[in-house]
Each structure stands twice: as C-alpha cells, then as structure tokens.
Design a protein around this ligand. Structure first.
Ligand code: FES
Length: 259
C-alpha cells in the first residue's frame, strides 16, 4: 500500500524543519507519521522513512524497534496503557490491569477482536505522584482503581471519549500519532485542558507554608582559577594554550593532537 499524498506532503514538511544535510534527524517524527496512517510501523513504513531520509531500511528498523511507542502490530483506535511499575504496582496497578484485561478479553500487547482497543502493560509513565495511572492514547487518567478503569474502558467501547484527568481531550490513536509527528491538535480545546494537578505541587506548597528555603548553592565542581584558565585558553584559541595557575584543577586539554 502506497502512502497517501497527504503523508508525502507531511513528510516533506517535517524534513524541512531540519537543517540541510541533517534530514536523518527527522526520523522519529516520520515514524510517528507513518504510524498515523497505518496504526503501526510496517515494513512499508520503514521503507518509506528510509527513502525519504536517504537511510537504509536496517538503520530505520533499528530505531523503530528500539522505542516502545512504535508499534509493530496495528493498534486499535485506543491504546490503553496501564502502569504496573513500582509506585503504581504498590497502589494497585496490577489489579487495574487484571480488571481491564478481563473486561476486554485480551492480554498485554493484544487488541480486541473488533480492532478497537489495544491493551498494554506500561513501564513508569512519569506520573508516580498520581499512581496508579493509566493512559489512553497517552492521555492521563490519574489515581484509577479497577472500578474507575473499567468505567473508562466501558465508555470507550460505547463510542465515548472519557475526559482525561489532565491535558487535552482524548483523540484517536491515529490523531495522537500525527500530533507526535509534530502537527498541532487542530481542536481549540486540544490545548485548553487542565495542566499540573495538586499532587505534583504538594511538596512545593508544603515548603511554602512552612517557610522553607533552598540551601546555599554548593561550590562549583571546577574551581574558579581553573575555569579562568580554561576561558582564557578558549579565547586565545587551541594553538596558543595558556598555562594553568599553580594549584588549579585542570580536568582536560583542549589541544588537538595531529596525526
Ligand atoms: S510507576 Fe507508575 S507512573 Fe511511575
């Protein structure tokens, strides 16, 4: 299957964002782009990226198979990720996963028979302060329990889009992938969702209430005399090294050795 003209145009737009000669830096967003069209990164998607960027399929494949956000099998409209890493596991993440797995009749990295929902165990989703968490298409649902997680999935199966706890409103996996490729959510409400929640700033509020202040900044790792020597050397250029003052800590040389 050839990629659509829209994907070709979007690929050109992504590549144009990078300096000439460095188009390979566009690989990560391009992989999200092909995923937006095929709901996973297929062999064709790898080939497409390779052709666009002048890379080999092996080079693209090495990147695509390294990151878990690039899927090798088609994902449903909704990717449900349940964190079962330490903080979430301690607060019931495994029970949440078990309930959703039972409800959907699928296990890790599997998709429902109708192709609508994919379930996965997730490593830490960087929201431990809201544990246990789950995401749908990377939008957060905080402090879930088996019942609330089941209600979210019931909503998805009914064709609804349950409102995430934070961030923008839910979109499909394809739409999310396109945003990850670097194209803004066209919905005005897409950037209007609530941001930081109370657990994220609990420590800050406590410190403020108790009048805590930060300690004095620690001493710099590079003593001032050595830094002054390095700065002077940089100004003079590598060909005219400036000797370091006696007793100064010098951690390396900026001289290049000729072959
Ligand atoms: S362990 Fe679950 S978000 Fe960090």
């Amino acid at each position: 299957m050839a990629f659509s003209p829209e994907t070709h145009a979007a690929a050109a737009e992504i590549i144009a964002r990078y300096p000439a000669g460095r188009s390979r830096s566009a690989l990560l967003p391009l992989l999200h782009l092909v995923q937006a069209e095929q709901n996973c990164v297929t062999t064709e998607g790898v080939q497409f990226c390779a052709e666009q960027l002048g890379l080999t399929a092996a080079e693209v494949g090495a990147v695509a198979t390294f990151y878990t956000m690039y899927k090798r099998r088609p994902v449903g409209d909704y990717l449900v990720s349940v964190c079962t890493n330490l903080s979430c596991a301690l607060l019931g993440g495994d029970e949440v996963f078990a309930r959703v797995a039972e409800q959907l009749g699928v296990g890790h990295d599997e998709t429902t028979a109708d192709g609508s929902i994919t379930l996965e165990h997730a490593e830490c989703l960087a929201a431990c302060d809201y544990a246990p968490v789950m995401t749908v298409n990377y939008e957060f649902y905080d402090q879930v329990d088996p019942d609330s997680a089941e209600a979210i999935v019931t909503g998805l199966r009914a064709g609804e889009r349950p409102v995430p706890t934070r961030g923008g409103p839910l979109c499909s996996f394809a739409e999310t992938s396109r945003q990850l490729a670097g194209f803004a959510d066209p919905r005005p409400e897409g950037v209007a969702g609530p941001g930081v929640g109370e657990p994220s700033v609990a420590g800050l509020l406590l410190a403020e209430a108790d009048g805590w202040t930060a300690e004095q900044a620690p001493a710099p790792l590079v003593p001032a005399a050595a830094q002054a020597s390095k700065d002077a050397q940089a100004e003079a250029g590598a060909s005219a090294p400036v000797p370091a003052p006696a007793g100064a800590l010098v951690t390396g040389s900026t001289e290049r050795k000729g072959n």
